[in-house]
Design a protein around this ligand. Structure first.
Ligand code: R5P
Length: 314
């Protein structure tokens, strides 16, 4: 590994940053990211970064605004310390769901956040499973959007009999993502189609595809409240599915989501560690995490040596 790479970790996911460092045989750079009494963020990079290729590892996960601000301030500190190139490694890019005007006089916050990151001095971005691929274009700097699907496919093949598996998208918007995973494990695809027939009536969940007797795998980018997932699992079981698993890249898991999933009929939810798993996640009997450390470590190494990252998409 080139000696002039530095890895700087924010506070969002220290465990993942350390795992990436271990993969690259590189210690994390000495840096302090702390708060003043009034909760302003203060950053001090405690080693020389002049002329170096620096990678900041920081997910903009809960508390999103604090972690975003940390990322911006770390980048500013590095830029003013004359780092040669700054790459923001953002395993989970928060605000991504606000990627279009959802109504009159509403913001496109994902674009605003991309602008803020660029303006802070970041030269390139490395991320995983953006909520929508087009968000890549919100950054006017090189942005690599890696996929967790190869890791998920490997985990499924290692742990399940794929001959009876059906991959399921929990909504129509997620079909492209689900189809990509289905193709990797050579499984058929079904779709949960949520429809409200008339205003005021509750949503009806229709399943497109025959799931009876199948081991279903729900695939999504984000699990937040867990509502989408648990409702889809119930609908699949009501339609004769044998059992339901879920593979989801980003475990946002707000509020009572972990309890909801723990008491749901989901056999297992497999997340990545793009967001640091909480204690509640770690002890939940039906939630397991697989790591994106190797994927990100490899992408960082290749970026540093100006090699292609495209084979990481295979
Ligand atoms: C939505 O477009 C996303 O892909 C997820 O389906 C959604 O964020 C999940 O949210 P929740 O867990 O709150 O239903």
């Amino acid at each position: 590994m080139k000696a002039d790479i530095k890895l700087v970790a924010g506070n969002s996911n220290r465990a993942l940053a350390e795992a990436i460092g271990a993969y690259l045989s590189l210690p994390l750079a000495k840096a302090q990211v702390r708060r003043f009494a009034d909760m302003e963020i203060f950053v001090e990079i405690q080693e020389n970064v002049r002329g170096q290729d620096v990678f900041i590892i920081q997910s903009t996960s809960f508390p999103t605004n604090d972690h975003l601000m940390e990322l911006l301030i770390i980048s500013d500190a590095l830029r003013r310390a004359s780092a040669k190139r700054i790459t923001a490694v953002i395993p989970y890019f928060g605000y991504a769901r606000q990627d279009r005007k959802a109504g009159p006089r509403t913001p496109i916050s994902a674009k605003l956040v991309a602008n803020l990151i660029t303006q802070s001095g970041v030269d390139r971005v490395l991320t995983v499973d953006l909520h929508a691929g087009q968000i890549q274009g919100f950054f006017d700097i090189p942005t690599d959007n890696l996929f967790a699907a190869p890791l998920m496919a490997r985990d499924i093949k290692d742990n399940m009999d794929t001959s009876n598996v059906m991959v399921v998208s929990p909504d129509v918007g997620g079909v492209v993502r689900a189809r990509a995973l289905a193709k990797r494990i050579d499984a058929p695809l079904a779709i949960v189609d949520k429809r409200r027939e008339r205003a005021g009536e509750s949503e009806v969940m229709n399943i497109i595809g025959d799931v009876s007797g199948r081991s279903c795998i729900l695939v999504d980018d984000i699990v937040d409240s867990g509502g989408t997932l648990c409702n889809a699992a119930d609908a699949l079981l009501a339609n004769g599915a044998k059992e339901v698993y879920a593979y989801i890249t980003h475990g946002v898991l707000s509020g009572g989501a972990v309890a909801r999933i723990a008491s749901s009929r989901l056999k297992e939810l497999v997340l990545t560690d793009s967001i640091q798993p909480t204690e509640a996640v770690k002890v939940a009997s039906n939630i397991r995490a697989i790591s994106v450390a190797t994927l990100l470590g490899e992408a960082i190494g290749r970026t540093a040596t100006e090699s292609s990252v495209s084979s990481l998409f295979d």
